[in-house]
Write a protein that binds this ligand. Structure first.
Ligand SMILES: [Zn+2]
Length: 223
């Protein structure tokens, strides 16, 4: 068994050399400050690497990832990242990014026991249960992806409802909340139109985004 992970360390040396060659002073310029405009809340899945997907360099994207890209009202980890991003870094955009075929969402959807994470994924099951009647109408092969999108919309709503974002909006700080989904099959990010720029937007953004998800997954009418 490899115990030293030399290959990864070698990769790192090559990467740092390449970046520095492309932009001399790249690392030293980042030493004193970071000023990212965007915060990304995504899934921990190794196939959804935040910076790469949007071609952003170190210093440009503030990232929080967990299983199934959840924003739980009492999760001090996620809330702390949102708070630092909003209050200290003053990011302009907070983007919740789900992805198709999410293993966490699939486990939750199908009541598959994973272990301790079942308790975390219970939040996805809450989303599933809230929309169960509609999900039952979706083609079974499409239900996991439909729930992935519903989950993004619900988690983006949770971001809007945090005291952090509510307080930022209250003091007229510009911060826009978004919901996106990434297609594992084609490498493309799609905007789910769960876009809120202030408290007055939240309700309509949520309803419109939900309606759009439902329209996308509606079974074609049988003539
Ligand atoms: Zn996932």
């Amino acid at each position: 068994m490899t115990t030293q992970l030399q290959e990864l360390l070698d990769n790192n040396r090559l990467w740092a050399k390449k970046v520095e060659a492309q932009t001399p002073g790249f690392f030293t310029n980042l030493l004193s400050q970071q000023a990212p405009q965007y915060m990304w809340i995504g899934c921990a899945d190794s196939r959804v690497p935040a910076n790469e997907l949007v071609n952003l360099l170190p210093g440009e994207l503030f990232v929080h990832r967990n299983v199934a890209n959840l924003v739980v009202h009492s999760d001090l980890n996620c809330l702390s990242v949102i708070q630092f991003a909003t209050d200290v870094l003053k990011v302009k955009h907070i983007i919740v990014v789900g992805h198709s075929n999410c293993g966490g969402v699939a486990a939750a959807m199908n009541d598959r026991r994973v272990g301790l994470s079942d308790n975390w994924l219970r939040h996805v099951q809450d989303v599933r249960n809230r929309h169960q009647a509609w999900l039952d109408t979706v083609d079974p092969s499409q239900r996991v992806n439909a729930l992935c999108e519903l989950n993004v919309v619900e988690q983006a709503l949770n971001v809007c409802q945090t005291t952090i974002v509510q307080d930022a909006w209250q003091r007229s700080q510009e911060v826009v909340v978004h919901g996106w989904v990434y297609g594992l099959h084609n490498g493309l990010l799609e905007d789910l139109a769960m876009t809120a720029t202030g408290p007055e937007d939240v309700g309509s953004a949520f309803e419109n985004a939900l309606a759009a998800v439902k329209a996308r997954y509606a079974k074609p009418e049988t003539p």
